[in-house]
Design a protein around this ligand. Structure first.
Ligand code: ADP
Ligand code: MG
Length: 334
């Protein structure tokens, strides 16, 4: 649905040029919810603006559906943009207009008839869970309700794609969850392809099917949630499956291991101790489900009266579906 090819954006500045996006490649399937995570200044908002050509890429292509937006006329671009709904951190509603009139704004711009606008707004108000509030004003709404109006307005022109830039960054955790649930449900009901920009991993975990890590204008890692979470030496994996705060393990060897699906039900610490002349202590653990995949992530402190045979322990791990993510000697944090 969305393909980004060798996208580069350079802001020319008198002092020095800023390379905000550096050779970005990205493919997002129809109906997929894709998260783009990165810290402040990574280039996230620039990427969103380039996806809609609100900002002209310096180089590269943005293909939405089968249309290369970098190669179309202004009129074609205006039409293409109607197929892309935008949701921002703040809904930026017009305070002098009712909920229904705010939602109908994109339809006014394309001169849709008043009765039709009203009917469409009503439909969307029901869809986002604000039934009965059509004639209220933004000042009377909570932050979460205002963001629901923002989402309804983004859906007014019946888009194929929803672009959300930090949609929940101004909301409390409970409201964040409600809004993420709403985005997920409208996406599946309307078969929308969704791109969510965020600096919060919890948003990715709750909402997304796939994720890309953007850092300093580059995509460092990208893939389905369950795939990237299982990878060794992956920054996304560490962020998706964090271990709780733990003490340094006093042991001859400290191993960080990850197993998924059936391996989660395996008593891996017992197996290591049974199959090797060692004792195993679980120092920290995180067992959770990402997408449809269960993961177990353990920090194991291993000790022995003898020289430790790492090959034997690795064979045990592999046999029971675990991979080693990191290894350290006593007193070293992993
Ligand atoms: N209009 C602009 N002119 C110059 N530099 C910009 C402009 N917009 C963004 N930048 C720079 O590009 C980089 C990425 O910014 P941005 O896309 O806003 O990051 P994010 O949304 O991830 O916080 C930053 O270094 C920022 O200072
Ligand atoms: Mg930003």
């Amino acid at each position: 649905m969305i393909s980004v090819r060798e996208l580069t954006k350079v802001y020319r500045q008198p002092a020095r040029d800023v390379v905000a996006l550096d050779n970005i490649n990205l493919d997002i399937d129809d109906g997929e919810i894709h998260g783009i995570i990165g810290r402040s200044g990574a280039g996230k908002s620039t990427l969103v603006r380039c996806l809609t050509l609100l900002d002209r890429p310096t180089e590269g292509k943005v293909i939405v559906g089968d249309q290369d937006l970098t190669g179309v006329t202004d009129t074609e671009l205006r039409n293409a943009r109607r197929r892309i709904g935008m949701v921002f951190q703040h809904a930026n509603l017009l305070s002098s207009r009712t909920v229904a009139d705010n939602i109908a704004m994109p339809l006014e711009i394309v001169k849709t008839h008043k009765a039709e606008r009203r009917a469409r707004a009503k439909e969307l108000i029901d869809l986002v869970g604000l039934s009965g509030l059509e004639d209220t004003y933004p000042a009377q709404l909570s932050g979460g309700q205002r963001q629901r109006v923002g989402i309804a307005r983004a859906l007014a022109a019946d888009p194929d794609v929803l672009l959300c830039d930090e949609p929940t960054s101004a909301l409390d955790p409970a409201t964040t969850n409600e809004i993420l649930t709403l985005i997920r449900s409208v996406s599946s009901r309307l078969n929308l392809t969704v791109v969510v920009i965020t600096h919060e991993m919890s948003v990715v975990k709750t909402l997304c099917d796939s994720v890309s890590l953007l850092d300093d204008g580059k995509i460092l890692e990208s893939g389905k949630l369950a795939e990237v979470a299982g990878k060794v030496n992956s920054r996304l994996s560490r962020a998706l499956l964090p271990l709780p705060t733990h003490e340094l393990a006093a042991a001859d060897l400290v191993l960080e291991v990850v197993g998924k699906q059936d391996a989660v039900n395996v008593p891996i610490a017992s197996h290591i101790a049974e199959e090797n002349p060692v004792t195993v202590h679980i120092t920290a653990a995180n067992v959770e489900t990402l997408g449809d995949t269960r993961f177990a992530h353990y920090l194991l402190a291993i000790s022995s009266a003898e020289q430790i045979n790492i090959t034997g322990i690795e064979a045990t791990l592999a046999r029971h579906g675990y991979s080693e993510r990191a290894r350290a000697k006593e007193g070293v944090q992993v």
